[in-house]
Design a protein around this ligand. Structure first.
Ligand code: UT7
Length: 325
């Protein structure tokens, strides 16, 4: 019996032109390149220009993914955008992207799970494709976190950057084993008891402002490795795979120390881990599709490779997705 899988047809990414190095940040906040590199692995981040919005980054990543897939944009009937930095409170930024792509059929909406957003969006699209409700999906992660940072708070402003990444998923019949191409399993988790450890202190219903990001970094760090490794083990158990089967771990890029500790705990070799946090910083929901695009474009991720995605972030939310490229 065959089964429907969401197969990656193409990928794309976009980073704003302006690069801000750690050295540049030391001119405005009390920090050092040494502290940021040692504690996080971050060396630089991209920052959107004035008038460059989340939708603009998302449109460019989406166009790149559509071109890479070699498909007609009109064949896309579902757009799911993961973002916590929408252009406006509403409509969904996904609709702005849909309009820019000239697509006027199907559905487009945003998913908000902060840094886990791409995994939540991918799982949402995957389930819609598997149900038969839609045939071809564009899953995007796009963020302009620079707009919600408190640039006087050195404990947060050095960590984040702007960017966007996207994949095109196509519903295809596969034999129905872990050797299939496409998304093999997804695992999503949330626990609102941790909602005040990483949040934005504003919003339409509370302050009528966008607010600024606030984080108890050490508290988030304390939970990250356990939560990440739990959902990766869930993905292994659901598919009968092990760490040895993984070709690439493409983690959410928040902190190199969290990524290294998670890989070590699971016995995933460092050579199999895709790292972009040094060049991109933490781009929240955009970090995984950006990292996928980097590793696919440079030839590391190849057709048939088994790729594990994972993320953890505000909420807390966390999740994993295992797919064969
Ligand atoms: O993507 C969503 C999920 N988010 C994350 O995964 C972030 C998780 N947390 C982290 O990555 C780390 O906790 C941070 C990178 C945010 C901080 O690293 P840490 O090793 O946990 O440092 P800390 O917060 O314990 O701070 C250590 C010291 C403090 O000084 P004292 O109290 O020891 O004197 C801070 O004030 O470092 C100080 N500090 C800084 N120093 C220079 C904090 N930020 C900076 C800075 N530059 N930018």
């Amino acid at each position: 019996m065959t089964t429907t899988r969401s197969v990656v047809l193409g990928y794309g990414a976009y980073l704003p032109e302006r690069i801000v190095t750690n050295a540049e940040l030391t001119k405005t906040v009390d920090t050092s390149d040494e502290w940021i590199v040692q504690r996080t692995g971050i060396r630089q981040r991209h920052i959107a220009a004035d008038g460059e919005y989340t939708s603009h980054l998302g449109i460019k990543a989406a166009q790149a993914a559509i071109a890479n897939a070699g498909i007609d944009a009109q064949s896309i009937d579902l757009i799911v955008l993961a973002t916590s930095t929408p252009d406006n409170t509403f409509p969904a930024t996904a609709v702005q992207i849909q309009e820019a792509l000239g697509i006027h059929h199907g559905a487009a909406f945003d998913v908000q799970a902060v840094c886990s957003g791409f995994i939540f969006a991918l799982a949402t699209a995957d389930n819609f494709l598997k149900s038969g409700a839609f045939k071809r999906a564009l899953v995007i992660g796009a963020e302009t976190f620079s707009r919600i940072l408190d640039w006087n708070d050195r404990t947060t402003c050095v960590l984040f950057g702007d960017g966007a990444g996207a994949v095109v998923l196509d519903a295809q019949q596969q034999p129905g084993s872990s050797a299939d191409r496409g998304v093999l399993t997804t695992h999503l988790r949330s626990d609102g008891r941790h909602k005040d450890k990483l949040f934005v202190d504003g919003g339409p219903s509370t302050t009528q402002t966008a607010g600024h990001l606030r984080m108890e970094g050490r508290e988030v760090f304390k939970h990250a490795v356990g939560m990440i490794t739990d959902v990766i083990v869930d993905a292994f158990n659901a598919t009968g795979t092990t760490a040895d089967d993984i070709d690439w771990l493409v983690p959410h890029q928040a902190n190199k120390r969290i990524i290294d500790a998670s890989a070590k705990k699971l016995h995933i070799a460092p050579e199999k881990v895709v790292l972009t946090v040094d060049e991109h910083g933490n781009t929240s929901a955009a970090s995984i599709p950006l990292a996928l695009a980097v590793a696919a474009a440079d030839g590391r991720i190849k057709k048939g490779d088994l790729v594990m995605l994972e993320a953890m972030g505000g909420g807390f939310t966390w999740g994993s997705a295992l797919l064969r490229w």
